[in-house]
Design a protein around this ligand. Sequence first.
Ligand SMILES: [Zn+2]
Length: 76
Amino acid sequence: MPTYTYACERCGEFERVQDMSAPALETCPECGAPVRRLLTPGSGHIIKGRGREAHCGSPSPCCGRAERCDKPPCGK
Ligand SMILES: [Zn+2]
């Protein structure tokens, strides 16, 4: 299960291991203050799958052209 990082208004940042299908926390389990989920670089679920996403970026574009196209997953 991936580890998510949350930022609590009072406690600061903390990590929480959650199932990917689990809803994001809205309040801090410690103090009950609102929290927001931070994007954790290297959480891995985009890079892990060596599918079409892996082709995008480098070295060759997924669309087979010399440059990236503007459609997903090349663009956005
Ligand atoms: Zn808190």
